[in-house]
Design a protein around this ligand. Sequence first.
Ligand SMILES: [Zn+2]
Ligand SMILES: [Zn+2]
Length: 191
Amino acid sequence: MACYRHPERPAIEQCETCGRAVCAACLWYTEDGERLCEEHAAVRKAAGEAIVPPERYVEAHDDAQADAARGVVAPTAPFQGNSIDVLALVAVVVGVVAFSLNFGGVYLLPLVGVVLGLIVVIQAGQSLNKKRSATLGWVAIGTSAVGILIWIVFIFGCLGLTFLPLFFSSLNNRNTPYVTYTTVPYLTPTP
Ligand SMILES: [Zn+2]
Ligand SMILES: [Zn+2]
């Protein structure tokens, strides 16, 4: 049941005059412990009774409020399951990796790793084990980044080995073409 003034907050008590549900911030008391909503507290106060405002018991009410909130919004795990569920997850991952290997898509896996890692790190606050999720996310980003780095080094290494010698030779000998054909002299046996 939610507080009649705060629909987003669970109620901890009811007004004994009108029966409306109230949260800790809306719960007033008479001197002899009768529970009241804000309106009926005002009515009783106007009648000359001593009324205790919600602030008086705010600490005790905070605990009750926390308990009520816990009962209403129980945390739900996004991935719940037994060993078969986990096995299914592993099987899908293995299948996707194996499929990628066949079509060269494995070269995209580091990019996928970075994207998934970023999603995990950003959403880690909503997971049950925030610290573990964040750590796993960063591990995924780190290992994937190493994979991407190796590819960049490899690609630029190949480009460099292919074109740099031609480039420098053209700088040194501006009059000679990039590729010079040299005639291999026939070895003639000397008498
Ligand atoms: Zn009331
Ligand atoms: Zn309230």
